[in-house]
Design a protein around this ligand. Structure first.
Ligand code: VGL
Ligand code: ZN
Length: 217
């Protein structure tokens, strides 16, 4: 007997802070918004989730909290190696808002992350030290999903760690990565992230191929 598929889309951190003009701008971050809106609107997904980087102003991943450190230096947070990020996605600021064109009204569940100032949280599922989970895995399991497609920003950070955690924390769920509906920071690191996801059983797919027969939306 084959059980019916229940498909979910996870949209990672499509926020002003990671788009041009934002505090941690990723080149072309805004370009994925129309593709993602197409995915949201094409009716293939039963469940749509968005994650939102949501830091307190004194978050320990910010270089501003580490005297003598520069942005993008390697530093330490709670004894672990940590990239020193610019202040970004501070709770309640425009930088933390979703991109204004993203069709957020059709999102069923928003998972905020990065609230604990003592640990960073790239994954939408748990903190980087893997000590605390966010609740997203339990929520998706309760929905009975069978398939999860992941897209968003930044490919080699929050998208990759979210996809890898999904594979590990959602037993039996098919996880895929939308390459063209994601953007990353460093081309070499993006390629390495795609290889790492593929090695973990997460294939790369293209949103454009899915849309081809459906446009205009
Ligand atoms: C992210 C760095 C710091 C991301 C979030 O969304 O990929 N990267 N915080
Ligand atoms: Zn962050």
């Amino acid at each position: 007997m084959t059980a019916k598929q229940k498909r979910a889309l996870l949209i990672v951190d499509v926020q002003n802070g990671f788009c041009p003009g934002g505090n941690l701008a990723v080149e072309g971050g805004h370009e994925i918004v129309p593709l993602i809106n197409g995915l949201i609107r094409n009716g293939e997904y039963d469940v749509i989730v968005a994650s939102q980087d949501w830091h307190p102003a004194d978050h320990g991943s910010f270089a501003s909290q580490h005297p003598g450190k520069n942005v993008f230096d390697m530093g330490e947070l709670s004894g672990k190696p940590q990239v020193m990020w610019p202040d970004h996605c501070v709770q309640g600021t425009p930088d933390a808002e979703f991109h204004p064109d993203l069709d957020i009204a059709k999102v069923h569940y928003i998972q905020q992350k990065g609230l604990n100032p003592l640990v960073d949280s790239y994954s939408a599922f748990r903190d980087n030290d893997q000590a605390a989970v966010t609740g997203l895995a339990d929520w998706l399991i309760a929905q009975g999903i069978t398939d999860l497609d992941v897209c968003g920003i930044a490919t080699e950070y929050c998208v990759k760690f979210s996809a890898l955690d999904a594979k590990e924390m959602l037993p039996g769920v098919n996880v895929r990565f939308f390459e063209d509906a994601s953007r990353g920071i460093d081309p070499a690191a993006i390629s390495a992230a795609i290889a790492e996801m593929e090695a973990a059983g997460i294939p790369s797919i293209q949103a454009k191929a899915i849309h081809e027969n459906r446009m205009p939306w």
